[in-house]
Design a protein around this ligand. Structure first.
Ligand code: PMP
Length: 297
């Protein structure tokens, strides 16, 4: 039985009773950081990597976490146990906390930790089989000099605007370019192409979140490269590189690995789900089932 649960500063609530102050700067200014994590088969996938990225995001915005990283991990496990779920999605949120009606984070009392345990399903199953069609949208990815895309902050309006443009045009996901016109990432996923058996993704400094699924897929591809004829590279990517690629796919915790078969009306490769994409997708799904931090022990 799925029983979504919410943990606020260590106390567990059912979703309808989980409430925080409207004076929290997470709500007033999007001032805070978050993580999206999946657990499969009673094991939390890449738990340490997510906790580490939460810590990095918090350091970047000078946010003092209200608990130690180890305590945050324990609270997360406690919340999953309360939900009784074996497979699901964890949203870890740290807000700046309750403050006054002014921007200054220094007037906020204490950061708040919120942990939501629920399920997530991002894209229709059919797209995983047949591939999805995406477009490039006009809204550019934030400049690193403004709000770094490497910080997983609660300030997602940049991505929300791009998502609105995608959905209004009839698509589920979209490519966001950086201010130089190079491919950064998608609104909630990282992007890969495969060209001549090289698996390529843009470097994070091009305006991408350093996705944990992205890093995992690069590791899988590197490992496969030892026995198969494939290599892995982080390389600056233009739309031309995408249009002329053999295969394309997206990665993300919620999305997992999803094939892309058309971009801005151009079929990618032969217009069908690529072979390397499919191999990586299967290997990724297997890893999610077999590795991770055990919950119930
Ligand atoms: N880019 C953005 C903008 C994201 O929000 C996400 C996470 N949903 C990703 C990439 C993928 O990152 P991860 O694999 O760590 O979930």
């Amino acid at each position: 039985m799925i029983k979504p649960k919410v943990n606020i500063n260590g106390e567990i609530f059912s979703p309808e009773n989980a409430k925080i102050s409207v004076f929290d700067h997470g709500l007033l200014y999007g001032d805070g950081v978050f993580e999206g994590i999946r657990f499969y088969n009673s094991k939390i996938f890449k738990f340490d990597e997510h906790i580490d990225r939460l810590d990095q995001s918090a350091r970047h915005i000078l946010l003092k976490l209200p608990m130690s990283l180890n305590e945050i991990k324990q609270e997360t496990i406690k919340t999953i146990k309360a939900s009784n779920m074996k497979d699901g999605y964890i949203r870890l949120i740290v807000t700046r906390g309750v403050g006054t009606l002014g921007i200054s984070p220094y007037k906020c009392e204490k950061a708040q930790l919120i942990i939501i345990v629920d399920i997530i399903s991002l894209y229709p199953e059919e797209l995983y089989e047949n591939g999805m069609e995406i477009i490039t949208v006009p809204t550019q990815r934030n400049m690193s000099e403004a709000v770094s895309p490497r910080v997983k902050s609660l300030n997602y309006l940049n991505n929300v605007l791009a998502k609105i443009e995608a959905v209004n045009a009839g698509f589920e996901e979209a490519i966001m370019l950086n201010k130089y016109g190079f491919v950064a990432e998608c609104t909630g996923d990282n992007i890969f192409i495969v060209k001549n058996k090289t698996v390529i993704t843009p470097p994070a400094y091009m305006g991408a979140l350093e996705g944990i699924t992205r890093n995992t897929v690069m590791e899988i591809a590197t490992e496969m490269g030892k026995s198969m004829d494939i290599s892995v590279k982080q390389r600056v990517m233009s739309r031309h590189d995408v249009f002329s690629s053999d295969e394309c796919f997206l990665t993300g915790t919620a999305a997992e690995v999803i094939p892309v078969t058309k971009v801005d009306g151009r079929p990618i490769g032969n217009g069908k789900v690529g072979e390397i994409t499919e191999t990586l997708r299967k290997a990724f799904l297997e890893l999610t089932q077999t590795t991770g931090t055990p919950i119930y022990e």
